[in-house]
Design a binder for this molecule. Structure first.
Ligand code: GSH
Length: 220
C-alpha cells in the first residue's frame, strides 16, 4: 500500500506511458486496474476521482492528475530525478515536440489500426487498415533513422519521448501477431526484421527496473 495510485486500463498505451514514467523515476505506486468491458471507468466511485471517466489518472497524496501528458509533466516537476524532459529549453522543446507528435501520429492511428484486429474484425476492415499503415511506417522510419546515432529518441538519455512512443509501437506489434493479422501485411513483426534500431531501443526500455510492473497484465 502506497500513498500513490495509478488508475489504468490494461493495454492502454497512455496508461502504460504513465506507469513507465513511474518506473523510470523509481516511484512506488498501487496499480488500480479498471475493467473497461465492465465500464469501471464510468462508475460513480471512479467519476468522483475523474469526472471525465477515463484513464490514466494519478492520485499522488493530495494531488489528482488526469491526462497522460499532464501526468508526465507533474511527475517531472514533483520528482525531477531523473529528468523526463531533458536539460535546457531546446532539449525540453524537442522532447515535448515528440511527445505531442507521438499522440497524433502514432498513438491515434495505431489505435485505429489495432482496435478492429483486437475485436476480430481485421479481415472486414482490411482495406481501411492497409490504407492507415503508410503514414505510420513513415513515422517509424523516421524514428528508425534517428536511432542510428543515439540510444534514445531525443539523445543519449531516456526521456518522455521514449515513454510516449514505446507503448504505441508495442500495441502495433501485438496487433500484428493476432490471429489473421498476417494477411494484413502490416510489415512490423518481428521488429528486428523491419526496424532493427527500434528493436534495440525497445530492448533498452524493457531493461528499465520496474518495467514488468508496467506491462499490461492481460498481455502476460
Ligand atoms: N487524452 C487522454 C486520453 C485518455 C484515453 O483515451 N483513455 C482511454 C484508454 S486508452 C480510456 O480511458 N478509455 C475509456 C473511456 O474513455 O471510457 C490522455 O492522454 O490521458
Amino acid at each position: 500500500m502506497t500513498n500513490r495510485d495509478c488508475y489504468f486500463i490494461s493495454g492502454s498505451p497512455p496508461c502504460w506511458s504513465v506507469m513507465l514514467a513511474l518506473a523510470v523515476k523509481n516511484l512506488p505506486y498501487d496499480a488500480r486496474r479498471l475493467n473497461n468491458t465492465k465500464g469501471d471507468q464510468k462508475s460513480e466511485s471512479f467519476l468522483a476521482i475523474n469526472p471525465r471517466g477515463n484513464v490514466p489518472v494519478l492520485v499522488d497524496g493530495d494531488v489528482t492528475v488526469r491526462e497522460t501528458n499532464a501526468i508526465l509533466a507533474y511527475l517531472d516537476a514533483a520528482y525531477p530525478d531523473p529528468p523526463l524532459f531533458g536539460a535546457g529549453p531546446a532539449q525540453t522543446a524537442q522532447i515535448w515536440q515528440m511527445v505531442c507528435e507521438a499522440g497524433d501520429r502514432l498513438r491515434t492511428p495505431i489505435g485505429n489500426i489495432v482496435r478492429p484486429i483486437f475485436r476480430g474484425r481485421g479481415a472486414e476492415m482490411a482495406n481501411e487498415i492497409k490504407e492507415a499503415m503508410p503514414p505510420v511506417h513513415q513515422e517509424l522510419a523516421a524514428l528508425e533513422m534517428s536511432l542510428s546515432d543515439r540510444a534514445y529518441l531525443c539523445g543519449a538519455a531516456l526521456s518522455a519521448a521514449d515513454i510516449a512512443v514505446y507503448p504505441a509501437v508495442m500495441q502495433l506489434l501485438r496487433g500484428a501477431t493476432r490471429d489473421g493479422a498476417e494477411k494484413l501485411g502490416l510489415q512490423v513483426f518481428p521488429l528486428d526484421d523491419h526496424y532493427p534500431n527500434l528493436a534495440g531501443w525497445a530492448r533498452r526500455i524493457e531493461a528499465i527496473p520496474g518495467y514488468d510492473n508496467a506491462y499490461p497484465p492481460h498481455w502476460i
